[in-house]
Design a protein around this ligand. Structure first.
Ligand SMILES: [Zn+2]
Length: 102
């Protein structure tokens, strides 16, 4: 079964190709939890965020420390941009519903 990385462009577009930490031009998508740890779920929508090469290097030096920071920043920007995670058919989507932001 070939799993094509079709989510990449969509995630990239959400953040306008910007690094979520410094808002400079991102160089690639970073996996918040490395795919070696979650080989079946690494491409979850919520696990991938664009980073520039500088921030990526910083994060790679201490991924566990950066993890919550990345998650916070991801959630903040998604709320700011008004992005909702697409509904994966196999997922329980109850937690994805929108808050009362306006
Ligand atoms: Zn950066």
């Amino acid at each position: 079964m070939l799993k094509k990385d079709w989510k990449r462009d969509i995630i990239w577009g959400w953040f306008h190709g910007k690094c979520i930490l410094c808002l400079g031009n991102a160089s690639g998508l970073h996996e918040i939890i490395p795919r070696s740890n979650i080989p079946n779920n690494w491409d979850e929508w919520s696990n991938r965020v664009p980073l520039c090469s500088v921030c990526h290097d910083k994060v790679q030096q201490n991924p566990s420390v950066w993890r919550s920071k990345l998650e916070q920043q991801r959630d903040y920007l998604m709320q700011l941009y008004g992005i909702d995670y697409p509904l994966d058919s196999s997922k329980d989507t109850a937690s994805i519903s929108k808050g009362n932001g306006r």
